[in-house]
Design a protein around this ligand. Structure first.
Ligand code: NAP
Length: 285
């Protein structure tokens, strides 16, 4: 068996075409362009690349991105107050704080400074709770993108055993919640899990969200499983791709799988935030 590719580039292009159309309708209706503010702290080259990619995509769909670059020595207080300013700025529709921030910063405090109505990357406690209660808030961008990719290929989830490797607040934990909301039976694995291979071997749907190249061996994959690899470190995913592709029914490539879906979700949520923003404005503001 050779797995079918879950082609994040192709699916994200379809989503971005729709977003572009929605942006054009928004501009025609409101006479302004939606604005996404991207906050970048420090000089991590990968983070700079991600922010640049997001800005390029924003421009392609007709949105404006505002880039706020802060030095590596920025304090938590300074970052929080800068993000609060953006939260209160009526010209900003969505806010993205590029993760990870330098270690001395309290990342949670910085995330919580984002107004929930502008939390288009789905990182605040409010968004997390709405996701958990299935109440339609903004999804964490990568988990939201993973679900959209699975849906594009009509991968059945109800009653399936989904194993999520990783439990970070922006990726592993929320993707498990979204799978649970779709009636999968969810198991989380993490750095303290013993016998990872045995859990992986039981997965009908595997989501790898660790960041350790080829931690998950191809021979562990259950024949016919659906493999989603969100990991990205040293240009490599968490799953041993070639060997896994011989056993899986569907698999994401790295790159070209989850990454483009994350950006598409971010921008789809930004146009939604902009529309909600206009709907909530008092007349004449
Ligand atoms: P993170 O915060 O570092 O979390 C990593 C998770 O992996 C933790 O829950 C950790 O467990 C678990 N883990 C570490 N070693 C493990 C092991 N040996 N066995 C099982 N689990 C282990 O990372 P993250 O932000 O969630 O990101 C994870 C990966 O996804 C990274 O490669 C990142 O680059 C990638 N990512 C991709 C996108 C995209 O758009 N494609 C977006 C975001 C992230 P503990 O909780 O026990 O420490």
């Amino acid at each position: 068996m050779t797995a079918q590719i879950l082609d994040g580039r192709a699916v994200s292009a379809t989503i971005l075409d729709r977003v572009q159309q929605e942006v054009a309708e928004f501009v025609a209706a409101h006479g302004r362009v939606p604005v996404l503010a991207a906050v970048l702290v420090g000089d991590d080259p990968a983070s700079h690349t991600y922010v640049r990619m997001k800005a390029n995509r924003s421009a392609k769909v007709g949105m404006r991105s505002r880039r706020i670059e802060l030095g590596a020595d920025t304090t938590t207080d300074a970052l929080v107050s800068r993000i609060r300013e953006l939260s209160e700025d009526p010209a900003v529709d969505g806010i993205l704080l590029q993760h990870p921030v330098p270690e001395h910063i309290d990342e949670r405090a910085a995330f919580e400074a984002i107004d929930a109505a502008k939390d288009v990357d789905g990182v605040t406690r409010t968004s997390f709770a709405m996701m958990a209660f299935d109440e339609g808030g903004f999804h964490s961008a990568t988990p939201g993108g993973i679900m959209a990719l699975l849906d594009a290929y009509e991968v059945p989830l109800a009653g399936k055993h989904a194993v999520v490797v990783g439990r970070s607040p922006i990726l592993g934990k929320p993707v498990g919640m979204l799978l649970l909301a779709r009636d999968a039976t969810v198991t989380y694995c993490h750095s303290r899990t013993t016998g990872l291979a045995d859990y992986v071997a039981e997965a009908d749907v595997l989501v790898a969200a660790v960041g350790r190249p080829e931690l998950i061996k191809g021979e562990w994959i259950k024949p016919g499983a659906v493999v989603v690899d969100a990991g990205y470190a040293d240009n490599t995913g968490d799953v041993e791709y070639a060997a896994a592709a011989r056993r899986a029914s569907f698999i994401t490539p790295v790159p070209g799988g989850v990454g483009p879906m994350t950006i598409a979700t971010l921008l789809a949520q930004t146009i939604r935030a902009a529309r909600d923003h206009e709907a909530g404005r008092p007349d004449g503001e």
